[in-house]
Ligand binder design. Structure first.
Ligand SMILES: [Zn+2]
Ligand SMILES: [Zn+2]
Length: 379
């Protein structure tokens, strides 16, 4: 029997998406195959589509944050707490694999997200190596890839409403070391910024302010508990935005500022929004969008600022972020961040909508659920 499954392929930078058929994968020893339920569409996929990331082995199947059901395993598999993962279980997985635990970065610097052997599903995996991206009816879980069962009470769309912004925002807030009672400014209202606003509150921030655009994302920020939100399309002058923050922080600036905007100009602006001896985390500059000038005396030295970068996330961030989501889902309702769910055939539309920011969160539904209702399918 030559069963095949459908997948969407980015064949090269700027080239139209193609739907291709692949042989149905069989799990390798210690691995598994998932029936895909939902896959994220995020800013990274737009960058991949345009070829803005280096070292991408086109053609690729995009989709790095995914949710599916275990279809088949090869040998018994367990989650990190030793609980068995059997066919039928609703799971996600840590999209990073190949981190060696053996190199200078892993062993000496203890900076696993900078391990040169690290690979990421849907980003640095080639379609020539199989179904290793989520815009596909099935996905292969390679041996060693960590599966995480979704906790009871969370379904696929709850989790996908967080997407990769969930562990990324979590990691940024952890880096920021938010203290009880802090005033936190988040620059950027995309999924990373919105999740940073959530986790800042859960870390004890008393007040959270979000600067971004468009309006729908700022409305989401307010719903998620931001005290105030500023539309950068309406307030185009950086000096006015800095004044907006200072007006709300007794003229001093915020204790913590988290940059999640993707715009290099946000960095000197954000440092002006930071109080003396505050902490600044840069998580939004995922691609190289260019240089910017700083005043080292004013922005760093005299300010006594702590400035931190934040690259990717580790298993611990994903694991703890999901546990937090499970506990706090009634309050933050992550699934409400999903503006639209696209059938796999409309992947191009999903990318276009993401690029135009006309959606807060977009999700691909790889299966056509003919004959099954959405609930049975995990949606
Ligand atoms: Zn390593
Ligand atoms: Zn992503």
């Amino acid at each position: 029997m030559n069963e095949t499954v459908k997948a969407v392929v980015i064949t090269g930078p700027g080239r139209p998406l193609e739907t291709r058929r692949f042989p149905a994968p069989r799990p390798r020893p210690g691995g598994a195959v998932l029936e895909m339920i939902a896959s994220e569409v995020c800013g990274t996929d737009v960058h991949l589509f345009h070829g803005r990331l280096s070292g991408v082995p086109y053609p690729i199947i995009p989709g790095h944050v995914n949710c599916g059901r275990v279809l088949e395993t090869n040998g018994s598999l367990a989650d990190v707490e030793g609980r068995p993962l059997e066919p039928g279980r609703l799971v996600t997985f840590f999209d990073v694999f190949g981190t060696c635990g053996n190199c200078w970065h892993c062993l000496v610097a203890k900076a696993a997200t900078r391990c040169p052997h690290r690979k990421v599903y849907g980003i640095t995996t080639s379609a020539a190596d199989g179904l290793l991206g989520g815009w596909a009816e099935r996905i292969e879980i390679l041996p060693g890839v960590r599966l995480l069962p979704l906790p009871d009470g969370l379904d696929a769309l709850d989790f996908m409403g967080g997407g990769c912004g969930l562990p990324t925002g979590f990691h940024a807030v952890e880096r920021a070391g938010v203290s009880l009672g802090d005033a936190v400014v988040v620059q950027g209202s995309g999924p990373v910024g919105l999740n940073a606003a959530i986790f800042a509150q859960l870390s004890g921030a008393l007040r959270v302010f979000v600067l971004g655009a468009p309006r729908a994302r700022l409305d989401a920020a307010l719903r998620l508990g931001a005290e105030d939100a500023l539309n950068i399309e309406e307030v185009a002058d950086a000096a006015d935005r800095i004044a907006w923050v200072r007006d709300r922080t007794a003229g001093r600036g915020a204790d913590v500022v988290i940059e999640a905007s993707g715009n290099p100009a946000a960095v000197p602006e954000g440092l002006e929004m930071l109080r003396d001896a505050g902490r600044y985390v840069v998580v939004g500059q995922y691609t190289d969008a260019g240089d910017v000038s700083l005043n080292p005396h004013r922005h760093i030295n005299r300010k006594h600022a702590t400035i931190l970068g934040c690259w990717g996330y580790e298993f611990t961030h994903l694991h703890r972020a999901i546990e937090m989501m499970s506990r706090h889902n009634a309050r933050f309702r992550w699934r409400d961040l999903i503006t639209r769910v696209y059938p796999i055939e409309e992947a191009t539309q999903a990318l276009q909508d993401m690029e135009r920011l006309s959606v807060v969160k977009a999700v691909i539904r790889p299966q056509s659920f003919s004959g099954k209702d959405a609930h049975t399918a995990g949606l």
